[in-house]
Design a protein around this ligand. Sequence first.
Ligand code: PEP
Length: 250
Amino acid sequence: MPRRPLVAGNWKMNGLLASLAEIAAMGAAYDDVLKEKAELIVCPPATLVGLAVELTARGAIGLGAQDCHPLASGAHTGDISAEMLKNAGASYVIVGHSERRADHAETDAIVQAKATAALRAGLTPIICVGETRAEREAGDALGVVGAQIEGSLPADAPGTIVVAYEPVWAIGTGLTPTLADVAQMHAFARERIEARLGGGKGATVRILYGGSVKPANARELMGVGNVDGALVGGASLTAKDFMAIADAYR
Ligand code: PEP
């Protein structure tokens, strides 16, 4: 079965009520031709997830969140569970983004627990991996990403998972790896995902590229082997740029 490309927008800690108009505009621009070619989702901050449901359903754009707690409920002030996100109308949740790994000291074990929670709740986790600049310069990029895949993916994932390769040094910097480096990393990631999940599942998992994807470079990045879509940060904040990126699949 061919893998259906996925273009996902990560709004990070951006977006007020007025920003819902951008989601409405994305839905309006997501026409039948593009729907045939690619799946689109947007991951606004948790404050907007419930409010975006009606808009995303109308435009058939999917809705995701940016993080979840490993547990379903309990005394964890300020946290949000996967079950709550599902209940609010999300279908996806990003886990293990490098900003959370750095800002909240999230380890592979924590990321794996969050991915497991997402699957338990019926959400598709988008599990992020990626090396730092220092790790790439030291020649460790493949080793780091291989270890993150081994440690962050639930071994026996009962549902669908998505993996996002996001080199940390490419996020929000305007820098991107060479197409050859992207191709090498995505082929390697597919092998490691199969080694982790087994049973041919590695061939079914969508591997997104993330890190400074823009309208100007989307086509070439999305054209690389084993790149099944994009995780887009800054350029996903406006419908104009996000839809221009998605148009790479038109
Ligand atoms: C991200 O944070 O997931 C990301 C890819 O950001 P940007 O597109 O802004 O580099």
